[in-house]
Design a protein around this ligand. Structure first.
Ligand code: PEP
Ligand code: MN
Length: 368
């Protein structure tokens, strides 16, 4: 499914050739907080206001959203500021309530995208309500599964929705990272390769999890030519009822947005072309080297088979990791990067060695 006949999320946004900016608090908490934030954002030039009305919290007991009551505040914001308003929906009743309140844009949260039943229910509800012209943005599922992400978009597309977009908010993980949800940029880049017409909005707030990462992540998003930004902004972030560490004031957001550099694509100088050619050559060399390494790994596989040795020898693997990662760090590369590369190479070597073992087993069987 190529999504060839998609329509713009918001009419006119593509002609403007500027990133689509959506901003607002993680949650609508009180009428005063929601309206104050909205007024400040509108003054700063933001045209799409976001606010969570129903909040999917990882654990019970936190603030689970103001619910329906907050929809009236969004309506007021629309009337007063002229901004479009957006909120998250996760089930049929949310969709119906949001439509009734005149919400302009819906998004599906990361936890909901991971649940095909819920996404189908949302798609069916929109179709049954005859509301297929409403824009729906689909956040990536919490886990780095591009098929699940595309699957959610397909469910909406099949229900007749054409104003579709994706929101990349990073993926949850187990372990340590400077990010709350590491970006794993190769996944949205692959999404763009597979669905070139689909606009992709970046959510630096849930990705970074802290205020100081919002600006740099916004710049990275633009440098990678993504189509928009969804940023959490709160009039008094320190007092926010949810996600307070990652929300910035409308004033800070205005500063961040005005400092962003939109790089033009037509600045390719000879110098850059030359550097790109060098990269192409190095990548070719790398391929050659990988191939040579795999050839040696296959020979080792044969040796291990002949001497009845196991394919994976832990001691050797640990020594190799330690020394290579140490050397890479001395050269200025990150330990995480080198570990990932070595693990991938090792996995491929093991796969090729297992292939050798099975080939030989087959031929021995036929000889007997
Ligand atoms: C949100 O946008 O407030 C939200 C809950 O985000 P996510 O679904 O990305 O966790
Ligand atoms: Mn949030």
């Amino acid at each position: 499914m190529a999504f060839e006949d998609l329509k713009p999320i918001v009419e006119g946004f593509e002609e403007e050739n500027a990133p689509l900016i959506m901003a607002g608090p993680c949650s609508a908490e009180t009428e005063e907080q929601t309206l104050t934030t909205a007024r400040q954002l509108a003054r700063g030039g933001v045209k799409i206001f976001r606010a969570g009305i129903w909040k999917p919290r990882t654990k019970p007991g936190g603030f689970e959203g103001i619910g329906k009551e907050g929809l009236a505040w969004l309506k007021k914001i629309k009337e007063e500021t002229g901004m479009k308003v957006a909120t998250e929906v996760a089930m049929r009743s949310h969709v119906l309530d949001a439509l009734e309140a005149g919400v302009d844009i819906l998004w599906i949260g990361a936890r909901t995208t991971a649940n095909p039943f819920a996404v189908q229910e949302i798609a069916d509800t929109l179709q049954e309500a005859g509301a297929t012209d409403i824009p729906v943005l689909v956040k990536n599922p919490v886990n780095p599964d591009i098929e699940l992400w595309i699957g959610a978009l397909e469910r909406l597309y099949n229900a007749g929705l054409r104003r579709l977009g994706a929101i990349h908010r990073g993926f949850s993980f187990y372990g340590k990272s400077i990010y709350r949800n590491p970006p794993q940029w190769h996944i949205p880049i692959e999404l763009h390769r597979r669905l070139p017409n689909l606009p992709i909005v970046i959510d630096p707030s849930h990705m970074g999890g802290k205020r100081e990462l919002v600006g740099p992540l916004c710049q990275q998003a633009l440098d990678m030519k993504f189509d928009g930004l969804m940023v959490e902004s709160h009039c008094t972030p320190d007092e926010a009822w949810s996600d307070k560490n990652q929300q910035v004031t409308p004033e800070v957001l205005k500063f961040i947005l005005s400092s962003l550099v939109v790089r033009s694509e037509n600045q390719e100088t000879e110098n850059l072309q030359n550097l790109r050619q060098q990269i192409d050559r190095v990548d070719n060399d790398l391929l050659e080297l990988f191939n040579r390494r795999m050839e040696i790994a296959r020979k080792i596989g044969k040796y291990k088979k002949d001497h009845s040795m196991p394919v994976v020898q832990e001691g050797r693997y640990n020594d190799l990791m330690r020394s290579r990662v140490g050397e890479a760090v001395l050269m200025g590369m990150s330990a995480d990067f080198m570990k990932t590369v070595l693990q991938a190479i090792h996995e491929e070597s093991v796969r090729q060695q297992l292939e050798i073992l099975s080939e030989q087993t087959d031929s021995t069987e036929t000889e007997e």
